[in-house]
Write a protein that binds this ligand. Structure first.
Ligand code: SF4
Length: 323
């Protein structure tokens, strides 16, 4: 019997939000044809579809601007292909590997750096994660496994347990990091089965949420984050700096305070990964640095996210806080 959150996810993936979205002034089917529209009822309830500058609508509603192609924007902006070490396993940085745990998300963010990613060829859970676990078991320098996607929390808790049981048998793996937008966009997914699963894990747990604007934080999302807090892991947030959505200091100061109220620490403020069809979201680096400077003067240091960019082929993210 599918759980409530699974039914909601299925609805979002089927595009049932299209009825409300296609009436929005910014909607254009050309964007949808390039990257399908997926959004949950939960996020739509937070949006004002009649406002062309609404920070939620801009993130999830397809626009004609997605047809723009830009010579500096690529289908694989961060070099995932070159860093793929085995099926669905990306090994870019020392000590950490990233697993493509799912090909689905509960929302399709229009600026997504993996909007052109070939998930059908890169899917780590195949055959109960066998290939990925074999790779990790042969490299004792790997101490952290990062679940990404797509969104790893689109998988059932049982499927996630199938992986963690195997990771916990590897003495060199200490930390499980989960990158997910789901606690905010599909908060009912954070059910007691999932929090019980987290609580019994022996691995260190790091959850990295993805929230760009305080308006995303519905009451249900706040409750889901509080439920995660009770699991005693570290909870961080990363945001992407996006034109007309959060490209001003006041919005980001508010977000840092709201995250702190929920016990979530701001971690990264990413510049936009230059993925083809999303160039209209770009904020110039000089403007990003000026916004970041204002954050430094208006927030205590522990609430200032690091401004960073990902450069293909580099062995870490690059901090670009200063000009
Ligand atoms: S949730 Fe993450 S992976 Fe999924 S569409 Fe949004 S940015 Fe991309």
């Amino acid at each position: 019997m599918p759980q409530h959150w699974q039914k909601e996810l299925k609805k979002a993936l089927k595009g049932t939000a299209m009825d409300s979205i296609s009436g929005a002034s910014m909607y254009h089917p050309a964007g949808h044809q390039l990257f399908s529209t997926v959004v949950t009822d939960s996020q739509l309830q937070q949006a004002d579809l009649n406002d062309p500058l609404d920070p939620i609508s801009l993130q999830f509603i397809p626009q004609i601007k997605e047809k723009i192609t830009h010579p500096e924007f690529k289908s694989d902006p961060v070099g995932d292909g070159a860093a793929t070490a085995s099926t669905g396993l990306i090994h870019k940085y020392q000590g950490r590997v990233l697993l493509i745990a799912s090909g689905s998300c509960a929302v399709n963010c229009r600026y997504c750096f993996r909007r052109h990613f070939e998930y059908n060829k890169n899917f780590a859970p195949r055959n109960n994660w066998q290939e990925a676990v074999k790779y990790i078991s042969h490299d004792e320098s790997i101490h952290e496994v990062i679940l990404s996607g797509g969104d790893p929390l689109t998988l059932s808790t049982e499927k996630l347990k199938g992986l963690t049981d195997q990771l916990e048998a590897l003495a060199h793996v200490k930390t499980l990091r989960i990158h997910s937008r789901i606690p905010v966009v599909l908060p009912q997914r954070i059910d007691s089965e999932f929090t019980d699963f987290l609580k019994q894990l022996k691995l260190n747990i790091v959850m990295v949420l993805h929230i760009n604007h305080s308006q995303e934080l519905s009451k249900d999302a706040q409750s889901a984050i509080q439920a995660l807090k009770a699991c005693h892991g570290l909870i961080l947030n990363q945001s992407v700096l996006l034109k007309d959505i959060n490209d001003d200091a006041a919005t980001l100061v508010q977000l840092s305070h709201d995250l702190h109220d929920l016990g979530v620490m701001p971690y990264y403020l990413h510049t936009l990964d230059k993925v083809q069809n999303a160039s209209h979201f770009e904020v110039p680096l000089s403007q990003a640095q000026s916004i970041h400077k204002q954050l430094q003067t208006r927030l205590p240091g522990y609430l200032v996210p690091k401004l960073c960019t990902e450069i293909k082929g580099q062995d870490s993210k690059t901090w670009v806080n200063n000009a």
